[in-house]
Design a protein around this ligand. Sequence first.
Ligand code: NAD
Length: 263
Amino acid sequence: MHSKPLQGRTALVTGSTSGIGLGLACALAQAGARLMLNGFGDVEAAQAEVARAAGAGGEVDYHGADMSKPAEIEAMVRACEQRFGTLDILVNNAGIQHVAAVQDFPVERWDAIIAINLSSAFHATRVALPGMLTRGWGRVLNIASVHGLVASAHKSAYVAAKHGLVGLTKAVALETATRGVTVNAICPGWVLTPLVQKQVDARAAQDGVNLAEATRRLLGEKQPSLAFTTPEQLGALAVFLCSEAAGNVRGQAWGVDGGWTAQ
Ligand code: NAD
């Protein structure tokens, strides 16, 4: 197999300064793609990690768009097209979580989750898609979740946004079905990232147990493999979905969930 199957392609991964997005960016860079990173926090460390994965000759840039702001999302897509001359792979990954019963759910958190986890994918897609269609090749990967397929209590906004993201994936896949652009969702179960570490910490505090026991309980409740999915596993799937072999995989919501949704 070609060691750099995505050589010559350009990828934009939203929310790629941490966790899953960073893992996806590293995998795509390692496969030869030029990378536009996005997200908050330690940008320099993320850029250095992706540059290491890219190796000699790799190109990595960054745009600080806030994914809750449509005008900034549009500016980021345009900046990527200008910087690299093209945008071939769009990974809508940025996301946040808030856990509360629906009657206690802060309205501001609901609005932020819908904006960042769902509407941002619509905005990035609507701006990036025309260029992909004109060039005749493109990949849109929406990082949804098992919560795009099934629900958990106290995650109403997240579940609503992720179900919406799976719906958006299917609709746009149909709109592009005869073209060289494919649109798919990836639906991970538990992945140990900062987003989930907060939930492990909360579980330990709530149950009065240590972190190892809280982790065991968290996985045991939902994920039959009792093992976290890794960003590396998700990265390998993303590279496959960007390959020519996956050229007729369209509108799928692909679980990587240790058996969660098989139950
Ligand atoms: P994370 O907290 O490690 O990373 C989130 C990323 O999004 C960071 O880079 C952060 O800076 C960025 N981000 C947050 N708000 C932003 C904003 N307004 N504008 C731009 N960037 C912003 O979380 P993660 O676990 O890596 O989650 C990444 C995606 O994977 C999310 O969409 C999440 O819902 C999804 N997911 C995570 C898991 C899991 O178990 N960790 C499971 C299924 C799906």
